[in-house]
Design a protein around this ligand. Structure first.
Ligand SMILES: C[S@@+](CC[C@H](N)C(=O)[O-])C[C@H]1O[C@@H](n2cnc3c(N)ncnc32)[C@H](O)[C@@H]1O
Length: 281
């Protein structure tokens, strides 16, 4: 029988095995995926089972518990680092119109990108703030659970094959200059200019287990909570609410909502389409 068939036929047993695997990962390695969305976790675990040439979840658990390399390969599957510069460019356009006027009034600005992945979203924000004359007085906190993604972020490289796409998105996001003003290339390697990165602090932070570490004027957490179940999503929303200044902004991904979360009625929806919410006074 193929693994695909086994996977669907034996779903109750698979559920038990996945529960045990996630419990084991939590207890041995401290990563808590127990409340991540089951469908997504299950798909990724089976992907790893196929790549390792194993027959079932329990055999993966045995490997993961006894072999740190296998665990790290699975970890890479469970943390999805997909991102791009000026993702949903209209959101950045709306940010310029809605959030920038509020930021202008502040002497010092603190922005938290939670789940920053390889940094493309943070670097896009740095460009936007530079163009609005705000970068110098802003501290951007960029955090993720995935250390290797953050190491990539800190390098500030832009893949050369993405340049055309990013240039277009930059323009759609209301870019005021030429995208090429922000990078330098040498020997085929394209790198963001250092001035864009000097006010960014990268730090490892786990939204499931770590607490708040500052008060922010903007919290951006896009395409991260889609992988969480309702329980975890509610917990993280409470963390964000407590970490946000009065009248500060919370921005989530284009396919996410704050409706039905415990803090939903404590925000005013400013741009529904772009998921920009403002904390009420
Ligand atoms: C799809 S990426 C989103 C990147 C970026 N925000 C964007 O929208 O382009 C999701 C990121 O969430 C991070 N992540 C997943 N679980 C996390 C957790 N518990 N704490 C912090 N980051 C987490 C992953 O490591 C990954 O880099």
């Amino acid at each position: 029988m193929s693994i695909g068939k086994l996977e669907t036929q034996d779903s109750e047993l698979v559920k038990i095995e996945i529960g045990l695997l996630l419990e084991g990962i939590y207890r041995k390695y401290g990563y808590d995926f127990r409340n991540y969305s089951y469908a997504s976790i299950r798909r990724r675990i089976w992907h790893r089972i196929r790549l390792e040439g194993l027959p079932n979840v329990s055999s993966l658990q045995e490997r993961v518990m006894h072999n740190g390399d296998v665990f790290h390969r699975l970890l890479g599957d469970l943390m999805i680092p997909v991102t791009e510069m000026f993702r949903d460019p209209e959101m950045f356009l709306a940010f310029r119109q809605e959030v920038v006027p509020y930021l202008r009034k502040l002497p010092n600005i603190r922005i938290w990108h939670a789940g920053c992945s390889t940094g493309e979203e943070v670097h896009s924000m740095a460009i936007l703030l530079h163009e609005e004359g705000l970068l110098e007085r802003t501290r951007i906190y960029a955090t993720d659970i995935n250390e290797s993604a953050m190491n990539t972020a800190q390098n500030g490289f832009i893949p050369i094959d993405k340049m055309k796409q990013y240039t277009k998105k930059y323009q759609m996001a209301g870019g005021m200059q030429s995208f090429s003003d922000y990078y330098e290339s040498e020997h085929g390697i394209v790198k963001l200019k250092p001035f864009l990165r000097q006010n960014i602090v990268f730090a490892r932070h786990n939204l499931v287990t770590d607490s708040s570490f500052n008060e922010f004027h903007v919290i951006m957490c896009r395409n991260v909570m889609i992988y969480f179940n309702t329980l975890l999503r509610d917990q993280v929303h409470t963390l964000f609410y407590e970490s946000l200044a009065q009248e500060g902004y919370l921005i989530v991904g284009s396919k996410e909502t704050i409706t039905f979360t415990p803090t939903a009625d404590k925000y005013e929806t400013r741009y529904d389409q772009h998921r920009i919410f403002r904390k009420l006074r």
